[in-house]
Design a protein around this ligand. Sequence first.
Ligand code: PRP
Length: 181
Amino acid sequence: MGQDLEKVLVTEEQITTRLQEMGAQIDADYAGRDLLIVGVLKGAVMVMADLARALHSPVAMDWMAVSSYGAGTTSSGVVRILKDLETDIKDRDVLIVEDVIDSGLTLSWLVGNLKSRGPASVEICTMVRKPLAFDVDLDVRYVGFDLPNEFIVGYGLDYAERYRNLPLIGTLAPHVYEDDA
Ligand code: PRP
């Protein structure tokens, strides 16, 4: 896939190092508590798998799949649930795990939805945050990397469902889009 990349923004090594730091912070913050981490499919698969293994407590793991209505590639903020949690989160400590927060609209909706179920707490962990996310009222407790507003792929992030399996985060070369046009 190397020939399809324009530039690397975050290396595999940087991701690994940051995950260890985030894992240590989450371990400390949730010490003695019964944490449920919730991955948002499909992008969060990589960060869930690696973050979970960076934690030292036996966390529970569950998954949601959500989809934004609206045309094109931008989130509309109107979300529907494609796959719901299997876990009753009443009185549970919940940590939502995401690959990226872009407009922040998906997470705003999701936090509200999960809070309506009566959990003890709901926090957010994301590997990447884009600048637009600062425009919404969203408290993101754990952030891997703040990146500029570019179209990025890798480590769960896709272009037309491909490149999720890149072990790093980068931008695609123009020829990839041109080949698809
Ligand atoms: C991505 C990402 C978030 C959402 C963030 O998912 O995983 O869920 O977009 O965008 P927002 O902050 O602008 O709302 P996507 O809808 O691309 O689905 P995927 O995880 O299956 O790739």
